[in-house]
Design a protein around this ligand. Sequence first.
Ligand code: HEM
Length: 215
Amino acid sequence: MKRSQDRLVRYSPLDRANHWTMVIAFVLLALSGLAFFHPAFFFLSHSLGGPVWARILHPFLGLVLVLLFVAMAVRHVSRNLLGENDVQWMRQIGDVLDNRDDKLPPIGKYNPGQKLVFWALVVSIAALLVSGVIMWRPWFAGYFPIPLIRLASLVHALAAFVAIVTIVVHVYAALWVKGSIRSMTQGWVTRAWARHHHGLWAREQEEKQRREPQP
Ligand code: HEM
């Protein structure tokens, strides 16, 4: 058991509730979306209560995901811009993959891989929203010409593919970096973890703690 002085807060309860609700929405969307994509996946429509309910609920659930994602993204966007040491980190991708972390430059709250995941999600979720609204019967599709609706369905499938692959990479990376999942379940990381994986962020948080000591 780590003493609270050894810990740094990485995610607030609100951040974590937002993230895990987003995970539930994303999984249900991916399953019901696959059911519409190919007859082989039709059985997955039961994830939302059968084909009729899946067809009704999928777009509304999509809006829920967009709102949750925007709420999280606005809080994290400044942390996901490319920083000074990020370019050097990317040049040393061989060291990253071979776990030679001691050779890497210190980085901020997110490494360039996490930043790439973030921006891939921004682009794919925006594309899913726009293409989804264009296809949404009976509310909006009537306002658009049929060739545009067909294009939207192609864009929707491609964006869903990018989003699903991105999330698979995101989950793999979260499992790969030991101690990362706990940051999203319990909200904290050890100082050692922070110094090892996100040196600049650790320094910044430790300075903040010195300025504003906790009781
Ligand atoms: C079972 C599935 C998932 C797991 C296990 C998981 C795990 C995690 C973990 C451990 C972190 C913290 C990483 C760190 O602080 O270093 C994180 C951050 C994050 N996750 Fe997930 N996640 C999952 C699904 C999702 C989904 C479906 C989305 C969005 C559609 C998502 C979006 C994010 C975002 C935006 C962050 C903040 C990182 C950033 O701003 O770059 N995650 N996730």
